[in-house]
Design a binder for this molecule. Structure first.
Ligand code: ADP
Length: 247
């Protein structure tokens, strides 16, 4: 076999012995180690205050851990300077938020390319065209966000997150503001991007039905990963969350 075929891709995310302690001694993360292979759809669940946001923010280079290592696509980010970290985030990480975070005065097309343009990069028109086609927004690029449904806005936010071909997309409660049907569409879209394009997606969610669309689900409690479920189902996840709530 040629070296190209034997080359092993670095994990999209590798966290080693990550801790985050806030003043007053709160351990938001307590010795978390975790590897996310490229092309994985990972859901992160757990009760409020269990550390999900802190984990995502540290893994995405938005927050600095107290100790431990964070590698994104093979690059160590713990200890990178602020400027390099911002650069790496722009190049290698995409974000989808619950509230879409589209700029109301810009067209959908300009919203999608804004992060790239802010980073001084030329948008790959062909790639963005493929993505907008895929999410059913090709005819909507001239519209303002308010002219679209919530589900369409979130699909535009997914295209924006993927425009720079990031190593990993972090989605923070991406279906939290959507009705059931739109939520289902956005989850199917994320799952399809993982299964068909090999995109890596890490999604924080409270919803067991949403997490059940992932390949793997982590359950957090008190800053630790207390359970990992492969091919999770909504009933099993709901069961685990109820048990944690009753401790
Ligand atoms: P989750 O996303 O699961 O709700 P978080 O990661 O937001 O949990 O929080 C984990 C723990 O860290 C909680 O106990 C929370 O109160 C604490 N925490 C989060 N952010 C801060 C902060 N900026 N200052 C102090 N404590 C914080």
């Amino acid at each position: 076999m040629s070296p190209a075929t034997t080359a092993v891709r670095a994990p999209a995310i590798a966290l080693a012995r990550l801790t985050k302690t806030y003043p007053g001694g709160i351990r938001a993360l307590d010795d978390v180690s975790l590897t996310v292979a490229p092309g994985t759809f990972l859901a992160v669940m757990g009760p409020s205050g269990s550390g999900k946001s802190t984990l995502m923010h540290c893994a995405a280079g938005l927050d600095t851990p107290t100790s431990g290592s964070v590698r994104v696509d093979g690059t160590e980010i713990a200890g990178l300077g602020e400027a390099r970290c911002t650069e790496l985030r722009r190049e290698r990480v995409g974000f989808v938020f619950q509230a879409y975070s589209l700029i109301p005065s810009l067209s959908i097309g300009d919203n999608i390319t804004l992060p790239l343009r802010l980073a001084g990069r030329r948008p790959d028109r062909r790639w963005i065209g493929e993505l907008t086609e895929r999410v059913g927004l090709a005819g909507r690029l001239d519209h303002r966000p308010a002219e679209l449904s919530g589900g369409q806005q979130q699909r535009a936010a997914v295209v924006r997150a993927l425009a720079a071909r990031p190593a990993v997309v972090f989605a923070d409660e991406p279906t939290g503001a959507l009705d059931l049907r739109s939520a289902h569409e956005v989850l199917e879209l994320l799952r399809g991007l993982v299964d068909e394009l090999g995109q890596t997606v890490v999604m924080v969610t409270h919803d067991p039905a949403a997490a059940a669309r992932a390949h793997r689900a982590l359950v957090m409690a008190d800053g630790r990963v207390v359970e990992t479920l492969d091919r999770p189902t909504a009933p099993r996840l709901a069961d685990r969350l109820v048990m944690l709530g009753e401790r």
